[in-house]
Design a protein around this ligand. Structure first.
Ligand SMILES: N[C@@H](CCC(=O)N[C@@H](CS)C(=O)NCC(=O)O)C(=O)O
Length: 198
């Protein structure tokens, strides 16, 4: 298996954490998706992460890859599958993943907007920032699972990405519960092994 990604990608980090937790071996292929039109040959959307399976087929979108890896490694990160059979838990976990992925979508788009050579659009910047702020406020009100699900993993990756790219955003301010949860969650060996870098 090959994982096409970049060490800065919060979406790629979700996949790496699942693989790390389930001890799944894979080859890491470094890609700079933003500037790589060739990537469309394996993912028409030109986005990372992409997982290439041993038969050559390509899986893309971190949500699909994470679920594939979870099944491949008999994981329990998607409640309702395997041992953790609780249907309400499944929707909570997937909903939390959607919220955290939404932060990453907005934060990555904000990054593209603010580092583009051409003119920045203040309206886009305001919109992305409002999305991140509202989603962080929603996370502050959430109750996190003791045993991490895909929702907690995605949340950890979203918050880690904000620390990496937007330390000045100071997302912890006014969100003590979320800050305390992240402090603890960051200590998982799979989180420590996948800290984003340029
Ligand atoms: N929904 C996708 C989002 C992936 C994504 O936005 N990846 C970014 C890097 S963090 C990317 O490949 N951007 C390149 C581009 O948009 O051209 C997922 O969950 O995998």
């Amino acid at each position: 298996m090959k994982l096409y990604s970049h060490p800065a990608s919060p979406f790629g980090r979700k996949c790496k954490i699942i693989a790390h937790e389930l001890e799944i071996k894979y080859e890491f292929v470094l890609v700079n998706a933003r500037d790589d039109e060739e990537l469309r040959k394996i993912n028409p959307l030109k986005k990372i992460p992409i997982l290439i399976l041993d038969d050559g087929s390509a899986l893309f979108d971190s949500r699909v890859i994470c679920e594939y890896l979870n099944d491949f490694g008999n994981g329990k990160f998607f409640p309702g599958k395997g041992l953790f059979n609780q249907s309400t838990g499944q929707w909570r976990a997937l909903g939390l993943q959607a919220l955290a992925d939404g932060i990453m979508d907005a934060a990555v788009a904000l990054r593209y907007e603010t580092t583009a050579d051409d003119k920045r659009n203040p309206d886009h910047i305001r919109r992305y920032t409002a999305t991140i702020t509202a989603a962080l406020d929603a996370l502050e009100r959430m109750k996190f699972a003791e045993k991490p699900t895909i929702g907690e993993i995605a949340t950890g990756c979203a918050l880690g990405y904000l620390d990496f790219r937007y330390a000045e955003m100071a997302w912890r301010e006014g969100r003590p519960k979320l800050a305390a949860w992240f402090e603890k969650f960051s200590q998982y060996p799979s989180m420590l092994a996948t800290v984003p870098h340029a």
